[in-house]
Ligand binder design. Structure first.
Ligand code: SF4
Length: 441
């Protein structure tokens, strides 16, 4: 497997882009984690990875989306984006996640990415605006990897994303990237209607055959104004996703991302461990993209370093959550977020202003934390990498108290809430999708 992966990297990539990935995201990314560890030892805090949602607007209307995509357009202007990235660079950060809405609807996005050649960006996108020209520009820059979301077959995609013809436009954007040898990933929010189509070897083989270098299977989180809890996975399905990720990492020549487990398979939340925090389209500094509550904003006029070091709201979020669960607080303990928001008088950062009602209405359910059922990484390199760079940095050792943890499944049982009926998944053969024309490949 290692040999096949090495062969793919050598034969299928543009070596300049590969070097940029290895140096800017790999080497500098590791150094930023090292600096983060040193800061923690000194009692300081600044997350080594920042996610920036640069715009709220999107051309799609996905089920369970938490962003006000149809609201008044709000975006972070280039000056604020550059200021934020520069301040993060000053403390050693080198890797940034760019989200939306649909980030490519931000007209100055490419200029911004181009203007920061010494850091690396991962852009979460539906791929619809990645034309051949855009892909050529991305290749020229070399410091950007698009992470394109595929949510299922033609039928499931259209249903999940609220428009017709979504999948073919996404596949065209993906192919434009691959034709131009841009290092590209595919991500999926795994839910009950796409788990059978996408969580299988045939789909991963299809991605490898197309030239996709990495994939990310994250699990559907029922949040937002129309949370669609009937799409969320049950405990067996969550374990199935984890097992699939571990097995694929050990057997297939493709990089598989997973942000919710350490090398021993112990669950963690990257916002609680302080690995990441998020900046929303209005500049609000939030624990993570789906927790739309904030006390601070990048436009407050204070250096970001001071904000992260002094934010009692963010510190309390990390500690309170870590005391109660290693899983996703939004899914397991939405009541803690309500408590936290009330204590700190945190702002609802949405345009709809219903976040507190949404949290109060959220039924606790199992997330990635399934105690006693940890699935250890089979791949030695992944175990080593996680041991060094992706673990809880002592967060749960310091704060987690097993007696505080409430099994969300028993909460559901106690309150006798029936599992909502799952919609019948539309059956497909996604791995047999025709490749869009691939000149130059
Ligand atoms: S709170 Fe949940 S969604 Fe947010 S980073 Fe943690 S695990 Fe992920």
């Amino acid at each position: 497997m290692y040999l096949r992966m090495a062969k793919r990297l050598l034969w299928e990539t543009d070596k300049r882009l590969l070097w940029k990935l290895a140096y800017q995201a790999g080497w500098k990314g590791l150094r930023s984690v090292q600096k983060h560890r040193s800061r923690l030892k000194r009692g300081e805090f600044f997350p080594p990875f920042l996610y920036l949602s640069v715009i709220n607007t999107c051309n799609l209307r996905c089920q369970g989306c938490w962003v006000d995509v149809a609201g008044k357009q709000t975006k972070i202007d280039v000056a604020a984006l550059n200021r934020t990235v520069n301040e993060a660079k000053a403390v050693g950060n080198a890797f940034f996640g760019i989200l939306g809405g649909e980030p490519f609807l931000h007209r100055e996005l490419l200029d911004f990415l181009e203007g920061q050649p010494d850091v690396y960006f991962q852009v979460f996108t539906n791929g619809h605006f990645i034309t051949d020209e855009v892909a050529k520009r991305l290749r020229k820059m070399g410091n950007v990897t698009p992470l394109i979301s595929v949510e299922g077959s033609e039928i499931v995609s259209d249903e999940r994303r609220g428009r017709a013809g979504v999948l073919s436009a996404t596949m065209q954007g993906l192919q434009n990237c691959l034709n131009n040898k841009v290092l590209t990933g595919v991500c999926t929010s795994v839910c009950r209607t796409n788990i059978d189509d996408l969580l299988n070897s045939r789909w991963v083989d299809r991605l490898i055959e197309m030239g996709v270098m990495y994939c990310w299977f994250h699990v559907y989180r029922p949040v937002g104004p129309e949370s669609r809890p009937e799409l969320a996975l049950d405990t067996d399905q969550l374990r199935r996703v984890r097992q699939f990720v571990v097995d694929t990492r050990a057997t297939k020549p493709i990089i598989v991302i997973d942000a919710y487990h350490d090398g021993e398979g112990r669950a963690l939340c990257p916002a609680v461990t302080g690995f990441t925090h998020h900046i929303g389209p209005g500049g609000d500094i939030e624990p993570c993209p789906i927790i739309q509550l904030a006390k601070e904003n990048i436009n407050d006029g204070r250096p970001l370093k001071d904000v992260f070091n002094q934010s009692e709201f963010l510190r309390d979020f990390r500690q309170l959550t870590a005391e109660h669960t290693r899983g996703c607080v939004v899914m397991e303990r939405p009541d803690l977020l309500v408590q936290l928001a009330e204590k700190h008088q945190a702002r609802d950062t949405t345009q709809r202003h219903t976040v507190m009602q949404e949290l109060r209405a959220t039924e606790p359910r199992r997330s990635q934390y399934v105690p006693g059922m940890e699935i250890r990484e089979r791949n030695l390199l992944v175990r080593l990498a996680k041991w060094y760079a992706f673990n809880d940095f002592g967060t749960y050792t310091r704060h987690f108290k097993a007696e505080n943890w409430t099994d969300p499944n028993s909460v559901q049982a106690e309150t006798a809430r029936p599992e909502p009926a799952c919609p019948e998944p539309a059956r497909t053969v996604l791995h047999e999708l025709p490749v869009v024309s691939a000149p130059g490949k």
